[in-house]
Design a protein around this ligand. Structure first.
Ligand SMILES: *Cc1c(COP(=O)(O)O)cnc(C)c1O
Length: 415
């Protein structure tokens, strides 16, 4: 039998972008054209993304963190307000709320799926109320590519008058299948009066890459207009008489149209724009999203098979029944304690065998900044998830045999 771990195989990172000639050609075409920023590639990407996720509109922006910042700002979240954020996420879901001036009410997660459920969100709301904060939004994170239980969380948002900001940085291409209907992540939720927005990241390790890029999607025209305005300095080209003109003489020409130099600002915004160079890359990648998602699903099915003999020490990610995931991470659950190996030793052994891994995530509420700000919180689900999680290599260019290689390396590293 062939050795599944020959020494000369190339290193397998835990994630990697897939850039093909058509992507390179799309970027080169922008460089040869007239616009490097906010040209036809950005507009084309926004239309294609909105259509793909079933939202009325998409605003492309600089990265996922900027998308979160724009979403919170457009919802008018600020000092005295709080956002409910699961502790099992990347720093940015919480930091962006803090940058808006808001507090973060960290929620626990299910130790197996890593997802925030309704009970965990309710407990965080109760803690926030005790602290005297006005909770304004739930920010569920679709960890690893599976959605949080959105039917329940949307019902909670409606009942409590909260907005929804879905952090879907892991989940472009995921479809919610609860209640017999299919809702792509990004379509948002109807009837959430306080607002329903979804944010995406196109960092190279995510499912489609812009280099750096992000987007906000939604279907409320006023809210999306505010996202768009805030993304570009709060500038409006059209005069808005109701608010008073920046320069009444410049506002309208003889034909009643805005003069070409006219702009006005009703609130300070950011420059969080996406460039046309990045937009061309991510638009080209969006065209292969189904292929990427299909390949990731196939690799996850292989992982389920190949990791089965290592149970119960190693288990693949826990599946939730309410979505068809576009897998971003293969976040395996490993019982390091029973195996008698530290995670650090297992990672080092895997690395020596050419297998890269990563940990998603150190619970954000444990970060020094947040411990200083909110004190020590007991979130046992997030800690139990963190204790066992290890993200194994998962990216579309992996060969089927690479999964065998990872499983064999894990078996050796744990024995
Ligand atoms: C990557 C990521 C972000 C931030 O996206 P950037 O594009 O890196 O700014 C936010 N939240 C989650 C869950 C992420 O994985």
């Amino acid at each position: 039998m062939a050795d599944p771990l020959p020494a000369e195989l190339p290193f397998l990172p835990y994630g990697r972008q897939s850039v093909e000639e058509e992507d390179i050609a799309a970027v080169a075409a922008v460089l040869r054209g007239d616009w490097l920023t906010q040209g036809p590639a950005v507009a084309g990407f926004e239309r294609a993304l909105a259509a793909r996720v079933g939202a009325a509109e998409a605003v492309a922006c600089a990265n996922g963190t900027a998308a979160l910042r724009l979403a919170y700002a457009a919802l008018g979240i600020g000092p005295g307000d709080a956002v409910v954020v699961p502790s099992n996420t990347f720093l940015a879901t919480a930091s962006a709320a803090r940058h808006a001036g808001a507090e973060v009410a960290f929620a626990d997660v299910d130790p197996d799926s890593g997802l925030m459920g309704v009970a965990e969100a309710e407990a965080a709301i109760a803690r926030a109320a005790k602290a005297g904060w006005r909770v304004r939004a739930l920010a569920p994170v679709h960890y690893a590519g599976q959605t949080a239980p959105m039917d329940g969380l949307a019902a909670l948002a409606r009942a409590e008058g909260l907005a929804l900001v879905e952090d879907a940085c892991h989940a472009i291409g995921t479809v919610d299948v609860s209640g017999g209907s299919e809702t792509p992540v990004g379509a948002g939720r109807a009837g959430v009066e306080a607002g329903s927005l979804t944010v995406f990241s196109f960092h190279p390790v995510k499912t489609i890459a812009a280099g750096e890029g992000g987007a906000v999607t939604g279907s409320d025209p006023a809210l999306m207009a505010r996202v768009r305005r805030l993304c570009n300095h709060g500038m409006m080209r059209e005069p808005h008489a109701g608010e008073g003109f920046a320069d009444p003489e410049a506002a309208l020409d003889a034909e009643g149209k805005p003069n070409p130099w006219y702009y006005e600002m009703a609130e300070p915004g950011f420059n969080h724009r996406l460039s046309d160079i990045h937009a061309a890359l991510v638009l080209s990648q969006l065209g292969r999203l189904d292929r990427f998602v299909g390949r990731r699903a196939r690799l996850m099915a292989l992982y389920a098979e190949r990791l089965a003999p290592l149970a119960p020490l190693v288990r693949p990610p826990a599946l939730v029944p309410w979505c068809r995931p576009a897998w971003h991470l293969c976040a395996a659950r490993i019982d390091f304690r029973t195996a008698g190996r530290t995670r650090s030793a297992v990672m080092a052994a895997l690395r020596a065998l050419g297998v890269g891994t990563q940990v998603h995530y150190i619970p954000v509420h444990r970060q020094p900044y947040w411990r200083r700000r909110t004190g020590d919180l007991a979130l046992p689900g997030a800690m139990a998830h963190y204790d066992r999680t290890l993200s194994l290599p998962l990216f579309p260019a992996m060969a089927d045999g690479d999964v065998d290689r990872v499983a064999a390396a894990l078996e050796r590293a744990l024995s």
